[in-house]
Design a protein. Structure first.
Length: 723
């Protein structure tokens, strides 16, 4: 092969700063290569330098190399950094995300799989709309089987490379009246009729293309002599099979990844892909990158010792040439508010010492945890940003709930009334809204007053008039309850009786539980105020004070959002059983879920360069109920010599998890602090609005009641009476 190596003097300098394992990976010759790169060990640098090395040494031409990653941002960064090493040649390389490369193949060969080259890629809303049409065609209840649920099941099958003919009956289940396979088949046929594909199809169609048309597969197998893959631990089954098919001829695949940072199992990633690399690619070589250039020795010691408790891993030991630095700080506090004060006080002290706020992050396991930190930082005047999500009071479900409360406090608030008039769906759509706006403008009155007048006429259809009348009666009743109930009790009643809580309980998407947690956190936030008016005023001032003009801000985010980022100082609050590790994950995935939670903890610790602070509370308000909280088992898995015990309310230590679990005389999980209910299952009760019913379930102070005329409702027990 003719060399295309550049002739610049000292051109080999780009290799001189690599450590021995990095250099070995870059100069690896033929055959499969797994670069097992620990956190902060320079994996992206190795991938880019290897790509440049292949070109500079003439081992490959630009068209003979394919490099794939997961995000457009990562692909752009890869190309930009590569351009600094090889110049304009970087523009001609095949570098992109799995999906962008797959689309490129499909545009060329669309006819082979029954599409035209100008096929459309449907977005999320279009997919749900199409699925809804199919549900209605098959007479399947869209409330019991929301399009989002059907969409997620189909996507899961596609991630596992399962076309309709490959779906096993055991995978079908009872969703959609047992018609999931028929829906999937019809969905795929309908997509082809529309000359369209969804994102899951992009890889799936590639697999079909390569398998059914060996000439096309051979073309790309011979063209791409070298494949380079970033974040290999995040690949799903379909992406893994796609890579396998492309490497059938040259077998020169270089995968860079870290099994200890595989944290996306909930969206299809298979950690097994990286664990079985040597078995799947015959003759594969594994090179471990273990020298960390990010964190201090104590931080690495803590992270390495923690992750060593996972059984499903290839194993490596992170180390650094840096000095010891600060130990990982560990603090037990009484409750969530004290934890927020503790963290915020340290942040303020660092800020006074000229520590950049941009280099400080608070990483939480669940989104609802940010609320207390937001409130505290706002009180102290410390600017912050929420990464990967909206600020607490900007979230959709919080704005909706606040709109209900605003209409109760101030009926003339037309913006609030319009927001929740048809949320949840009440049959009060655009036609009703248009009629209300006409009355409001012509009579110069609020939408609320317009509604009270409209229901006294015959202008609306009977069902819409009935729904609007019921809503107005609800608001009048809730307003009358302001003096008789606490504002927190009233808030719970409003969210329950309006159907808003039920709407999210029935929501089958992955964000439903998180939104319910946020609503319960909202009720908790209201407890700090004497009345509803005071709380609404507080939120108005909070929203007024929010500004994005400040460049220097503390970052608040979930641990999942933090992957790939790094900060000088990282706070890791909420290390308690049931919260972290997540009880939902443990219940759903068992040991596999626990290991992914532990990898998430590993990712959190290794985001810190200089300082990591772990905290946990003895009591935690979750789902609007107080819980006794056990320290996370992950704390007992940290090496004592790497920790600085900052004391606090709760004792801890190497065996605190086991000892305190025994003291609670229960399995290690959160224990609710609540008095036993005065009701029992099967007991007959009466509710002022819903009438007579029978208790079918008890959860703390909430009852599930099957009412004779209103169906099943969740009711706070104080609002029903035994009969």
């Amino acid at each position: 092969m003719t060399s295309i190596a550049t002739s610049n003097t000292g051109d080999e300098g780009y290799l001189s700063t690599l450590n021995p394992p990095q250099l070995e990976a870059v100069e690896h010759g033929e055959g499969p290569l797994l670069v097992l790169a620990g956190a902060g060990t320079g994996k992206t640098r190795v991938l880019i330098t290897r790509l440049a090395y292949l070109l500079k040494t003439g081992q490959a031409h630009p068209k003979e190399i394919l490099a794939v990653t997961f995000t457009n941002k990562a692909a752009r960064e890869m190309r930009m950094r590569l351009a600094k090493l090889i110049g304009p040649m970087a523009e001609s390389l095949w570098i992109g995300t799995f999906h962008s490369v797959a689309v490129r193949f499909l545009r060329i060969h669309a006819e082979r799989i029954g599409l035209q080259q100008n096929f459309t890629i449907l977005d999320d809303d279009d997919q749900k709309r199409l699925i809804k049409q199919l549900l209605e065609f098959h007479d399947i209840d869209t409330k019991k089987n929301p399009p989002r649920l059907i969409q997620s099941i189909i996507q899961r099958w596609k991630d596992r490379a399962m076309t309709p003919d490959k779906v096993h009956l055991s995978d079908v289940g009872t969703v959609a009246d047992g018609k999931m396979l028929q829906l999937y088949t019809d969905y795929q046929e309908r997509l082809k009729t529309l000359n369209a594909a969804d994102f899951g199809d992009l890889i799936l169609h590639n697999l079909t293309l390569f398998r059914e048309h060996p000439d096309v597969a051979r073309q790309y197998q011979e063209q791409f002599q070298y494949l380079l893959v970033d974040e290999y631990q995040d690949t799903n089954v379909a992406q893994y099979l796609w890579l396998r098919l492309l490497t059938q001829v040259h077998k020169n695949i270089c995968c860079v990844g870290d099994d200890d940072q595989s944290i996306y199992g909930w969206r299809g990633a298979e950690v097994g892909n990286i664990l079985k690399f040597e078995k799947d690619f015959e003759g594969a070589k594994t090179i471990r990158l273990e020298q960390n250039y990010r964190s201090t020795p104590y931080i690495l010691q803590a992270a390495s010792y923690l992750i060593s408790h996972n059984k499903e891993r290839l194993g490596k030991e992170l180390w650094t040439a840096e000095e010891d630095g600060e130990k990982v700080m560990l603090r037990g506090v009484w409750d969530g508010p004290e934890e927020a004060r503790f963290v915020s006080d340290i942040i303020e002290n660092l800020y006074v010492k000229k520590h950049s706020l941009n280099e400080i992050a608070v990483l939480v396991r669940a989104g609802f945890q940010t609320r207390e930190f937001e409130e505290r930082l706002l009180t102290m005047g410390i600017p912050y940003r929420v990464i990967g999500g909206a600020r607490f009071y900007e979230r959709m479900e919080i704005r909706d709930a606040m709109a209900y409360f605003r209409v109760i406090a101030q009926p003339e608030d037309s913006l609030a009334f319009e927001r929740i008039m048809n949320t949840p769906k009440r049959g009060l759509g655009d036609a009703v809204a248009k009629k209300l706006h006409e009355i409001s403008r012509h009579q110069n009155i609020s939408l609320y007053r317009a509604a009270t007048r409209l229901i006294q006429t015959e202008e609306l259809r009977p069902q819409a008039r009935k729904s609007l009348t019921r809503l107005m009666q609800d608001f009048e009743r809730w307003r009358e309850m302001v003096d008789g109930y606490s504002h927190t009790e009233l808030a719970e009643i409003v969210l329950d009786e309006s159907g808003y809580t039920t709407m999210w309980q029935n929501h089958k998407g992955p964000d439903g539980p998180g939104r319910l947690e946020n609503l319960k956190e909202l009720i908790h936030a209201m407890e700090d105020f004497e009345n509803l008016g005071g709380f609404l005023e507080h939120v108005s001032l909070v929203m007024e004070n929010i500004t994005n003009d400040v460049d220097d801000q503390v970052s608040l985010m979930t641990l999942h959002s933090a992957k790939g980022l790094e900060f000088d100082t990282v706070f890791l609050p909420g290390w308690e059983e049931g919260l972290f590790p997540s009880q939902r994950t443990l219940d759903g995935d068992g040991e596999k879920g626990l290991e992914e939670e532990r990898r998430l903890a590993f990712v959190g610790i290794t985001r810190a360069r200089e300082r990591a602070v772990i905290s946990y509370a003895a009591n935690r308000r979750i789902h609007n109920q107080w819980h006794n909280a056990l320290p996370s088992r992950f704390i007992s898995e940290l090496p004592q010599e790497a920790l600085e015990d900052m004391g606090g309310t709760v004792s801890h230590g190497a065996h605190s998890y086991q000892q305190q679990a025994q003291s609670f005389n229960q399995t290690p999980q959160m224990k609710t602090i609540s008095s036993s209910s005065k009701f029992s299952q099967g007991e007959r009760v009466f509710h002022q609005k819903f009438g007579y019913g029978c208790v079918t379930g008890i959860d703390g102070d909430k009852l599930t009641v099957n009412f004779e005329h209103s169906g099943v409702k969740k009711i706070i027990e104080r609002f029903v009476e035994a009969v």
